[in-house]
Design a protein around this ligand. Sequence first.
Ligand SMILES: *[C@@H]1O[C@H](CO)[C@@H](O)[C@H](O)[C@H]1NC(C)=O
Ligand SMILES: *[C@@H]1O[C@H](CO)[C@@H](O)[C@H](O)[C@H]1NC(C)=O
Ligand SMILES: *[C@@H]1O[C@H](CO)[C@@H](O)[C@H](O)[C@H]1NC(C)=O
Ligand SMILES: *[C@@H]1O[C@H](CO)[C@@H](O)[C@H](O)[C@H]1NC(C)=O
Length: 403
Amino acid sequence: MLRVILIFGALCGCIYALDNGLARTPPMGWMAWERFRCNIDCKNDPKNCISEQLFMDMADRMVEDGYRDAGYEYVNIDDCWSSKQRDAQGRLQADPDRFPNGIKALADYVHKRGLKLGTYGDYGNLTCGGYPGSLGHLEIDAQTFADWGIDMFKMDGCYADPKTMDKGYPQMTKYLNQTGRPILFSCSWPDYQRASGIDVNYKLIAENCNMWRNYDDIQDSWDSVLGIIDYYAKEQDTLAPVQGPGSFNDPDMIIVGDFGLSYEQAKAQIAMWTIFAAPMLMSNDLRTIRPEFRELLLNKEVIAINQDPSGHFGKRVLQINGVDIWRKNLTNWDEYSVLFFNPSPYNKTVSLQLDQIGFTYMLGYMLHDVFNHRDIGHREILFPYDYQVPAKGVLLTYAYPSE
Ligand SMILES: *[C@@H]1O[C@H](CO)[C@@H](O)[C@H](O)[C@H]1NC(C)=O
Ligand SMILES: *[C@@H]1O[C@H](CO)[C@@H](O)[C@H](O)[C@H]1NC(C)=O
Ligand SMILES: *[C@@H]1O[C@H](CO)[C@@H](O)[C@H](O)[C@H]1NC(C)=O
Ligand SMILES: *[C@@H]1O[C@H](CO)[C@@H](O)[C@H](O)[C@H]1NC(C)=O
């Protein structure tokens, strides 16, 4: 009986998950919003406006610069892609000047390169940028996306009543399913409910969405990254149990390679998102990104931990001398990723004894530094060892039993 309970406990994240076969591990890709916003000025800023050319450029870079082969798969349109009017049949249509060939042609372009195309809409009357929303049009919009060959749909929640979302988002889940095309569903539902003080029903959300935004939009700054991490740390006991293959908490886009984060801070964002098993949707300019940031984004050892099949949400388990220590359990029994996160402006040395964070194998563990591809050394569990953690930065490790 105990065994049965344990097995059920272990699967708990999975049994709530949306059953469309998608997002078995955290989705990876690229998304326009944080970097390119609602720039529709293609006359004066043709390289950076929201247009089919922008998404084609990013798809090309993803293939040629190794992102696709590293696992980045989705190319995601965000707000401001559509015409302000629906067509004569009531369907959404792309802005004719900025997407002269239409979304279906763009989907074909992306698919030919072994990538997938995502798009954006809104549950309310209007999108956040003032384009047509899906309220009253959910079914036809789901069918339109399926007809175009869309692979992922993010549904925002501006101009909507958050109290109605417990009904409205599951309706969209049903309509997407009825198209017969597997479409990864990304929901902004809990974020809007949290912001308006409603108790969030995460079980219902995990049954209806492959991923969901919990907290404020990310901005291009370290403060914004810290705010999100702080919220996730405080809510970890709520967020961890609802996450697993098929359903992921989404702390928002990766802003590595933009203007707001230093190199150490960029590593810290990637490391934290890896511990959360968060979706890795970059929002940056892959045409001009500096090589050291590209290298961070393509780090295979880091990606392997982010994509660990268990999908576990790692937790903050200890704080020593102002350094947060996070532990994520990996699929293989008694293997972990341990993150030392130092938000302070000072380099720090932390003395940690591994039994303080739940390690029990008496012969000890090997700790490996995943950003630098080097073994830190064998660590017994009942002795303290020193770890150096850079200012506003991290030490991300992989730990496994060893003698
Ligand atoms: C959406 O628009 C309709 C028609 O104008 C209006 O009755 C309704 O209150 C609006 N809903 C929201 C949530 O703004
Ligand atoms: C629709 O839902 C059913 C039942 O949950 C599932 O088996 C099927 O794979 C889903 N299809 C799509 C296209 O999402
Ligand atoms: C932290 O250590 C690094 C590497 O040793 C050094 O370059 C940097 O100046 C130090 N930073 C601070 C704030 O002491
Ligand atoms: C994670 O690992 C720790 C240490 O082995 C263990 O105590 C804990 O129960 C594990 N948590 C989950 C969710 O498996």
